[in-house]
Design a binder for this molecule. Structure first.
Ligand code: GDP
Ligand code: IMO
Ligand code: MG
Length: 427
């Protein structure tokens, strides 16, 4: 069982941080393979709460080597402040490895992200404003800056010049902003080089050698399946591939090495930012889910949009990721509802549709078709095994499993490490 992928099955914030941390003590490497500090992963250990943005959640497990893979985009200033924050709290971060091929989020990419959103007005994506999209755009346009470029000043200067050529035209002529100076950017980037150096490694080689030695590698996705640039609700998505295939390209590990793909699935649904969301609630139930679930963004502090569980999305996540298991989180949040609606299909322009429509127009027209499952009122936060759950909670989980197409192997009943019911072992 050498390589496992753990990823978001919905629109992000499913509880990936907690799930990764739970496995962190039993694996050798935890690897981020895409995204950047748009992610906000919360880990609760005892009475300590950590919010991680760029660092893999395995950083909190002493035996585990955390790795930032080539597919991640790295804002060095954010990385350093995250490392400082953890060091101040006594967490050893010295084992961290960062791919020299990972792209850098430059200050101008953050600027472009923000001005683009402003210009889009009401058509905005609602990005996290962290420069993610523009950095991946530069990567694909072949004008990106990689970590390794920090160690050759001449190449770095040429690359920053190439990247800024077009951008300065755009900034001054379209966005009415001041041009950005090449020298200033190069100076700032070079100032990160020395501190980054000890972490920089050929992570592709390291991870493949580890797998050859039967070490256990866990890939931790950021964002979620429906935010995937190819398989999500485009254009209301992020600019990378959180889906399982992204782990291969974003870390340089072949698909034959991956034996298990775990989808983290919230017992209801949330979304941050713009875009379609069929089961979204605008009533007191939505407010209650937000309040009880603490649904506020870890990165931007925005309120999360909340709605009932959507089995169409879960089935889709099973398919596009080849999920072998689900980790169902936040079941405790649903305690107290007399009955719980679950979306089993959509009605689109008078037709019943069982699977996620590929057409954006259809998805925008999708209305949820609900089945109503009986709720429970007992406190479930102390449950340690499936049989500790009240019958209606057990039936809710079984119904979700049947609709979603993969076994539910763990259930979260609270934010803490030990507030988890393990059904099938992941390792
Ligand atoms: P991530 O981005 O997928 O890592 O998720 P976030 O950390 O952004 O959001 C998940 C939130 O739910 C965090 O505040 C977690 O501490 C919390 N959480 C995770 N699992 C559970 C659970 O089973 N029950 C409850 N009540 N909270 C949970
Ligand atoms: P974690 O890893 C939820 C959303 C943003 C926006 C869209 C594009 O904590 O689950 P971006 O800044 O990536 O270009 O924004 O994606 N988004 C997330 N939503 N959780 C996340 O990460 C997210 N990362 C990005 O809100 O709608
Ligand atoms: Mg999050």
């Amino acid at each position: 069982m050498p390589a496992l992928v753990l990823l978001g099955a919905q629109w992000g914030d499913e509880g990936k941080g907690k799930a990764t941390d739970l496995l962190g003590g039993s694996v050798d490497y935890v690897v981020r393979y895409q995204g950047g500090n748009n992610a906000g992963h919360t880990v609760v250990v005892g009475d300590q709460k950590y919010a991680l943005h760029l660092l893999p959640s395995g950083i909190l497990s002493p035996g585990c080597t955390p790795v930032i893979g080539n597919g991640v985009v790295v804002d060095p200033s954010v990385l350093f402040s995250e490392l400082n924050g953890l060091n101040d709290r006594g967490v050893d971060t010295s084992k961290l490895l960062i791919s020299g091929n990972a792209h850098i989020i430059t200050p101008y990419n953050v600027t472009v992200d923000k001005v683009t959103e402003r210009f889009l007005g009401k058509r905005k994506i609602g990005t996290t404003g962290r420069g993610i999209g523009p950095t991946y755009a530069d990567k694909i346009n072949r004008v990106g800056i990689r970590i390794q470029d920090l160690y050759d000043e001449s190449i770095l200067t040429q690359k920053v010049e190439a990247a800024l050529d077009g951008k300065n035209q755009l900034l001054t002529k379209v966005f009415n902003r001041r041009a950005i100076e090449v020298g200033q950017v190069v100076e700032e980037l070079l100032s990160y080089a020395d501190r980054l150096k000890p972490y920089v490694a050929d992570t592709v080689l390291v991870l493949n050698q580890a797998l050859e030695q039967d070490k256990v590698v866990l890939f931790e996705g950021g964002q979620g399946t429906l935010l995937d640039i190819d398989h999500g609700t485009y254009p209301f998505v992020t600019s990378s591939n959180p889906t399982a295939g992204g782990a291969c390209t974003g870390a340089g590990v072949g698909p034959t090495k991956i034996s298990r793909v775990i989808g983290i699935l919230k017992a209801y649904t949330t979304r941050v930012g713009s875009g379609p969301f069929p089961t979204e609630l605008f009533d007191e139930d939505g407010d209650a889910l937000r309040r009880i679930g603490g649904e506020r963004g870890v990165t931007t502090g925005r309120d999360r949009r909340c709605g009932w569980f959507d089995a169409v999305i879960a089935r889709y996540a099973t398919r596009v990721n080849g999920l072998t298991d689900f980790f169902l989180t936040k079941l405790d949040v649903l305690t107290g509802w007399e009955q719980i609606p679950v979306c089993v299909a959509y009605e689109i322009d008078g037709r019943r549709v069982e699977e996620l429509p590929y057409s954006q127009t259809d998805f925008h027209h999708a209305k949820p078709v609900y089945e109503y499952l009986p709720g429970w009122s007992e406190d479930i936060t102390k449950a340690k095994s499936f049989s500790d759950l009240p019958k209606n909670a057990q039936d809710y989980v079984k119904a979700l499993e049947e609709m979603s197409g993969a076994p539910i192997s763990a259930i979260g009943v609270g934010p803490g490490r030990d507030e988890t019911i393990e059904i099938n072992s992941f390792l």
